[in-house]
Design a protein around this ligand. Structure first.
Ligand SMILES: Nc1ncnc2c1ncn2[C@@H]1O[C@H](COP(=O)(O)OP(=O)(O)OP(=O)(O)O)[C@@H](O)[C@H]1O
Length: 593
């Protein structure tokens, strides 16, 4: 009994260290009557197990410790940014006495991998607990799963920027180790976010060097808010010549049949000191059973809610990107500049100027190309007056992307900067506008010095692919756009091209600014995977023609940005349009907008 008393004291001490709320548990255990100390009867064990249950409920509230087969639907999501403990199973000091087993974060290592359903189940349970507890935007998950389907129920998180699809092979594992090392190096720059790396099993060709990197990450991890859940640690001898030691700062779970042994938690010990020469206790002196996998329907429901919370949390409004110094305060002499979104909280500005004369935006249908074009368009028109900026808006989507910019019976406003607004996807008209721009280029080349004080011309095209695919007009459009791309920048003529496929090199080679939306990885160099698994409303903005960079290096030319959905606030958008219209001379006097 003295041993059980000792490990209870140790458990309480570990909890006290690990959790800010441990005072409650400590007080309860301290309140255990001294006259009962040393009691060996089962009643006392039951009583202590009951006290541990109460302590666990305090230390792991809500999703962190609830029985997952019976969590009330009202249990709130996203309550904290940094949980210290998570429930992993249940210990049975007696057949009919039990208490929850909590593991500190830390890391968690299982000596078997996720081929053992108990490991797969607990990994899913712990992932769900931590995801459901984390405040929106505070937890990112990366997973390795050679089988490919063990985290399938978490799929709603893929597009929400929380958890991309798990990697299944060694190159994927290596990329995640790179990312985790980068995370540790940059830890100080984001003290409020945590990265969780879950390894269900080692991919087949994993090398000992990869495992050595993981061991180093385990050492550095918790201080940098990196936590590891590792199935298959220590790795099987076949994978490694020298068997790696225990994973630093991890609670080690050893699989027996049918129970498991919970190793001593990092920095703590469940047993009283043993006299020299006697074997040290291997861990919690009670058989434990790991938590079973939560139902897929539960995981799915929670993940869908988390995805929508994340999208709402990171939602930007167009107003947040517009210039604060009033309408038309910009000077376009050396180029145009516009805020396209935010990276973290920092505004991301892009230029249409000599070094970055044209932009290319690629994204799958529905990725947000029109939304991004509209916020660029409103940004430009708010910053520069019509004397400095002329716009040509061409729309081949068939959905009237720019139809708000021409006067209608219900709304007579128009955009004072616009020289042409294509409202039907007429390819002949589109080519006509491009011919006009090519003529303008020729005139500028003949009469104006490069860069001069002529108004900047910006041609926005949404979506370029149908025009280029047109048998009759595509070739000429391609040739005109190629000329404008090659020569226009030096004469103040700029292209902002959105497409769902990559246009020809003649057009794209001059587009140094590449913006990849979801499904738009083609905007980047084939070796640059930065755009994999982008969430709606986010983009990778690259100002070096899509090139990546050395692995792990900070890429100053590439940023992950959030951009607004202008459709989300039609009233504000109409207000801004009318402001621009009024500033540009309309409505005619006496008319109200
Ligand atoms: N920043 C954003 N955040 C959240 N939702 C967005 C964002 N931008 C666009 N959306 C939504 O995504 C949907 C598609 O947007 P949009 O029409 O701009 O895509 P698209 O790429 O132009 O599509 P298509 O190729 O079909 O023309 C819209 O319902 C829009 O409201």
């Amino acid at each position: 009994m003295a041993e059980i008393r000792a490990w209870l004291d140790q458990a309480a001490a570990t909890h006290r260290q690990a959790a800010a709320v441990a005072g409650a548990a400590g007080a309860m255990l301290d309140g255990h009557s001294p006259t009962r100390r040393g009691a060996t009867d089962e009643r006392s064990i039951r009583e202590i197990a009951e006290r541990l249950r109460v302590a666990a409920a305090l230390l792991t509230p809500g999703w962190l410790g609830a029985a997952l087969d019976a969590v009330p639907a009202s249990t709130p999501l996203g309550i904290t940014t940094q949980p210290e403990l998570v429930r992993i199973g249940t210990a049975y000091p007696l057949d009919d006495a039990s208490f929850p087993v909590l593991a500190p974060l830390g890391h968690l290592a299982f000596d078997g991998d996720a081929r053992d359903p108990r490991v797969a189940g607990t990994l899913r349970a712990v992932l769900l607990r931590l995801l459901a507890t984390a405040a929106p935007g505070s937890l990112l998950v990366r997973a390795v799963d050679p089988a490919g389907d063990r985290f399938a129920a978490f799929e709603p998180l893929h597009d929400a920027g929380i958890m991309p699809p798990p990697v299944t092979d060694r190159p994927g594992l290596v990329a995640l180790l790179d990312e985790a090392e980068q995370w540790v190096r940059a830890a100080r720059s984001r003290p409020d976010r945590t990265l969780l790396l879950a390894i269900a099993a080692w991919p087949e060709t994993t090398e000992p060097a990869d495992q050595a990197r993981l061991a180093a990450l385990a050492q550095a991890g918790p201080a940098a808010r990196l936590h590891l859940l590792v199935g298959g640690w220590p790795p099987p001898p076949l994978l490694s010549d020298t068997v790696p030691g225990p994973l630093a700062q991890a609670t080690q779970v050893t699989l027996h049949n049918p129970h498991v042994l919970i190793g001593h938690p990092p920095g703590g010990c469940y047993a009283s000191p043993v006299p020299p020469g006697q074997p040290a206790s291997p861990g919690l002196p009670a058989p434990a059973y790991l938590d079973e996998a939560p139902a897929n329907t539960l995981i799915n429901r929670v993940c869908m809610e988390l995805a929508s919370l994340a999208v709402n949390h990171s939602r930007l409004t167009l107003g947040e990107l517009l210039p604060a110094d009033g309408l038309w305060a910009g000077d376009a002499t050396t180029g145009l500049e516009v805020v396209v979104g935010r990276a973290g909280d920092a505004p991301v500005r892009l230029r249409l100027a000599e070094i970055t004369p044209h932009w290319l935006i690629i994204g799958r249908p529905g990725a947000g190309k029109t939304a991004l074009l509209l916020s660029v368009l409103y940004g430009l028109c708010s910053r520069y007056c019509p004397e400095q900026l002329r716009l040509y808006l061409l729309d081949f989507t068939g959905r009237g992307s720019f139809s708000d910019f021409v006067p209608r019976a219900t709304d007579p406003s128009y955009l004072p900067h616009a020289r042409a607004v294509g409202i039907s996807p007429d390819h002949a008209d589109g080519v006509g506008v491009l011919r006009g721009l090519a003529d303008e280029l020729t005139r500028r080349q003949a009469t104006a010095p490069a860069g001069g004080a002529l108004p900047r011309v910006v041609c926005l095209i949404d979506d370029l692919a149908p025009l280029l695919a047109d048998e009759e007009f595509g070739p000429e459009a391609g040739q005109l756009l190629g000329t404008l791309a090659q020569q226009g920048g030096a004469h103040g003529i700029h292209l902002v091209l959105a497409s769902h496929t990559l246009p020809s090199a003649a057009i794209t080679s001059q587009c140094r600014v590449r913006i990849a939306l979801p499904g738009g990885g083609a905007a980047l160099d084939p070796a640059n995977q930065a755009a994999a698994a982008l969430a709606q409303g986010t983009a990778v903005v690259n100002t070096a023609s899509g090139l990546g960079g050395p692995r792990g290096a900070t890429r100053a030319h590439e940023q992950h940005v959030r951009f607004p959905d202008p459709y989300a606030d039609g009233v504000a958008l109409a207000g801004l349009r009318h402001r621009l219209w009024r500033a540009g001379g309309g409505p005619v006097s006496g008319e109200q907008s």
